[in-house]
Design a protein around this ligand. Sequence first.
Ligand code: MG
Ligand code: MG
Length: 598
Amino acid sequence: MRTSIATVSLSGSLTEKLTAASRAGFDGVEIFENDLLASPLTPEEIRARCADLGLTIDLYQPMRDVEALPPQEFARALRRARHKFELMRRLGAGTVLVCSSVSPHAVDDDALAAEQLGALADLAQESGIRVAYEALAWGRHVSTYDHAWRIVEAAGHPALGTCLDSFHILSRGSDPKGIEDIPGEKIFFLQLADAPLLAMDVLQWSRHYRCFPGQGGFDVAGLLRHVLRTGYDGPLSLEVFNDVFRQSEAGPTAVDAQRSLRVLQETVGLTAPPAPVVPSGFAFAELVTPDAEPVAALLAALGFARTARHRGKPVDLWQRGEARILVNTGPAERRDGTRLAAVGLESPDPEGAARRAEALLAPVLPRRRGPGDAPLEAVAAPDGTELFFCATRRPGLPDWRADFEDTASASDADDGWRVDHLSLTQPWHQFDEAALFHRSVLGLRPQESVDVADPYGLLRSRAVTNDDGSVRIVLTVGAAPTDDTAHAQHIALATDDVVAAARRFRAAGGRLLPIPANYYDDLAARYEFADGELETYRDLGILYDRDDHGTFRHCYTRTVGRVFLELLQRDGGYRGYGAANAPVRLAAQHAVRGFTGG
Ligand code: MG
Ligand code: MG
């Protein structure tokens, strides 16, 4: 179906918004009146600009407080309408959105509302314009879609139809099934928006927290299915008021918006892009660093061996068991501090995974390869992390390991070492998009979002995983975007014996994050431990958690650049990430920074 977006959903000048919408692949736009009023372009110039960009103007909006008014007020509304219709004629816009009245003058009289909307439609029809009447969730007398439809039906005017807006319908908890009672040709327009499930004033909720379908908690796909059964064939249009999008760059936001509509159309069966190829494990985590020495020292103390070196680039492969970490010291432009820059995901079908990503507008990266390098498929996640789709040691598929020359054999003592999860910090404005990206592009399943108290702010964290837990990525965002901890990333390494791993690390000169004694006193109150067990945890700085399935023990290294490592042991099918311990860990990390100044 045709896709459209309201200019209010994007940041910038009208010209910037139109350009971003066009580049992201939208077919049309809703012009929001304020964007037109603030533009130096004449309506004719805006019309020409849209035509040049391949955009139709699908809707002009909004017109407010028109219906169920006393005669004098209604005469004034018609006068306004005449001006708007003339403007729309110059603009080449064929449909106007009329929101249900919030005016204190409006009366609770459906017959009067139908009569006056009919008179408005008469006037519109003279200019070849259609009127789409929408129930605002906070409308004074009309606040539900079925009520708005009853009024439109009573007016019985060919130039009057209804506009359905998923936010207004779902925020009120209305049953969208009734949409199927509306003839498709009387649905003049469909606006789509999702929102997180919040208990708050509906007007504030709508103005500040709308998001793109799939980013929030509404069943937008379910609503769309009802709309499609009516035979509606107008555009799918996004109307998203969101404080964050208002200040984010228009280009990427428009791409995220278009991706959300592609996913939505796939969900309801309108399109069939290449199916997601769910990754089946971590092939590697890649650190980029200006100075390999501190990272190498950390890995060596953990018992990793430098097993191979890239044939053409300054990249070392460090390995312990199935845990593989690449340490990349070049090229210079990427060396802005130590960070987790790339993730190798084991993929059953690397090419298929890349095709899926491309169909959903994930930026496909130019293959970073020299002559003779394995052709690796890679895309960029919303936070800029490079995701490589890998096939490690699988016959018939290019193997990234082939680019490396062995320098030593991997340690035998692998103790089940593997990457358990990666924690990737998202730019603060991209948290919800990151979850949608990992779900739709990679086919990972988002878990519940968790709030974690940091001494200097609040972190939000949400894990995305595959079914067997062999791929776990924790997306986090800090409420204090300037704070260092808000930018920290980590690699969590699973072992079968975290106590032995911690002892070995310390004996090799490694320093574990010290945890306050109060934490262990509290643990003693909450759980019973075997003799000496708690003392061991206290001594090493091991944190402890338990869920219905099993236990979790974990500890942390000091931070190098933006990156620290976590050692952990999951027993009995424990599913979480030790979120209950995160505030203590964050405070301990701040404390260390306070003592050392870096
Ligand atoms: Mg709307
Ligand atoms: Mg962790």
